[in-house]
Design a protein around this ligand. Structure first.
Ligand code: HAX
Length: 434
């Protein structure tokens, strides 16, 4: 170890004791409007963000523009013969708060088709990256590379006007959402399907065309529609939404902002958890060597994971205190389309054993499953078995919510975000006075 690193290791060891003491003994001490516990602990419960796109109630779960997931799925227009709505119509709902007519949704489908084409230099960039780069790295890099297309950046360079700044932001947001499925499918086929690509089909809506470009048959088009909608937004405080908002608050354009948000989504405690769930389950299955696990065996695997200091992926949440309705809607899909699937049965068994174990373990505030506990199962069933790719699917969906948010941020002229920080010594001083 270098001298610097040794010194740093010593300092870290000494400092950890101070932070732990502050959290254990003085978490409730107020420093301004928040407590020491909130300042150190990731701002849990601090009410300091505003959005009308979605709201997350701890007990009820997500509402998009005031509507629950089942209400959204029922109210929005659907392509003929399909079970799930046009994603384009959902974008209309998130932006306006109104349910579009079928004609309005179809008009938007046509507009998205005009914006679908991905610049050749983005393809070149993806091809130049090492093939074993994580697909999220490729996805985020592609979004960032397209920044030169930004209409907002041009608008700013040509003379910024606060009142109309939302318009180029809206244009960038719509361009991005229209292109993301093609970029995602390109990465998938380049990395995992022999570099053989399927062109976009102008007869299809966003969900249908994504399934087409991925090369996965029906009802995967409905899976895509459902998946993109339920993953779109989870109010503003989660890492991907907050990062996108924060970067946009510096008047960065939608490309810079979304790319940053996607990098946050790629964290194992956030969007990457969906691939971790499948990785963990595969590990369990490998250890069982094809045998069906009993509940007792499953309990042992869960405890082994916890005792080795790891989290159970797909369980727990920073805000929710019940089963995530996004988990539930995917479970309903599984019960209808793949009730006998082996992995679905494992996931269902986990649902039976994990909450009690997490309660007994005594750490997680929410022992219930979140969106990521179920999502890989559906993808796996339809042949998408490269679980590194699952977070990219999440990213296509998440873009819809965060881009709606930053379009409205611009419309309302929200200022640059800049919370205040204190030093550890200041916190200790406040604690001693309290
Ligand atoms: N397994 C084991 N321990 C868990 C746990 C889990 N699933 N969930 C929380 N805990 C632990 C935390 O690690 C923390 O331990 P320490 O005190 O030792 O640090 C303690 O319980 C308190 O955590 P919390 O207040 O309940 O939860 P946080 O708000 O800090 O974190 C997380 C929320 C989602 C990050 C957390 O529950 C977690 O790590 N879950 C597993 C990963 C996961 O599924 N992430 C996806 C979440 C949904 C999402 O955003 N998708 O994008």
């Amino acid at each position: 170890m270098s001298a610097l690193k040794q010194k740093l290791a010593k300092k870290i060891e000494e400092h950890r004791v101070r932070t732990t003491k502050l959290l254990k003994e003085h978490a409730d001490v107020k420093i301004g409007d928040v407590t020491i516990g909130q300042a150190i602990g990731g701002a849990r419960g601090v009410r300091m963000l505003v959005t009308d796109i979605s709201y997350l109630d701890p007990m009820e779960g997500i509402r998009f523009r005031g509507m629950t997931i089942p209400e959204v799925m029922k109210a929005l227009p659907k392509p003929d013969g399909k079970d799930y709505p046009y994603v384009e119509g959902f974008w209309y709902l998130l932006l306006t708060g109104d349910i579009p007519t079928k004609a309005e949704a179809k008009e938007l489908v046509e507009e998205f088709k005009e914006r679908r084409a991905v610049p050749q230099y983005v393809i070149d960039l993806l091809r130049a990256m090492p093939r074993d780069s994580h697909p999220m790295t490729m996805f985020s890099a592609a979004v960032l590379a397209m920044q030169r297309e930004s209409k907002f950046a041009k608008f700013y360079a040509d003379g910024f006007n606060k009142m109309t700044a939302w318009e180029p932001m809206y244009e960038d947001a719509t361009d991005l959402i229209a292109k993301l499925p093609s970029i995602a499918a390109y990465i998938y086929r380049m990395k995992y399907k022999g570099d053989i690509h399927i062109p976009s089909d102008k007869n299809l809506d966003m969900g249908g065309d994504f399934a087409n470009m991925m090369g996965i048959a029906e009802p995967y088009d409905d899976v895509a529609r459902m998946y993109f909608i339920i993953h779109s937004d989870h109010e503003s405080g989660n890492v991907s939404a907050h990062t996108t908002h924060l970067v946009a608050s510096a008047l960065s354009d939608a490309y810079y902002s979304l790319s940053a948000g996607l990098n946050g989504l790629a964290g194992p405690l956030h969007g990457l958890a969906n691939q971790e769930v499948l990785r963990w389950l595969q590990d369990v299955m490998d250890k069982l060597d094809g045998k069906e696990p009993t509940e007792e065996m499953m309990k042992k695997f869960v405890w082994d994971t916890l005792n080795s200091g790891q989290v159970i992926p797909g369980y727990g949440h920073a805000v929710l205190r019940k089963t995530d309705p996004r988990y539930q809607s995917q479970r309903d899909f599984c019960l209808k389309h793949l009730p006998n699937d082996e992995i679905f049965k494992y996931v269902d068994m986990l649902y039976k054993v994990v909450p009690d174990i997490l309660r007994e373990h005594g750490k997680a505030k929410n022992p219930w499953p979140n969106v990521d506990a179920q999502s890989g199962v559906i993808q796996w069933f339809y042949g998408l078995r490269e679980y590194d790719f699952y977070t990219v699917l999440f990213g296509v969906g998440r873009a819809i919510g965060v881009l709606a948010n930053i379009t409205w941020d611009r419309a309302l002229g929200y200022p640059i975000e800049r919370p205040k920080s204190l030093t550890t010594a200041m916190l200790e001083d406040a604690a001693s006075k309290a």
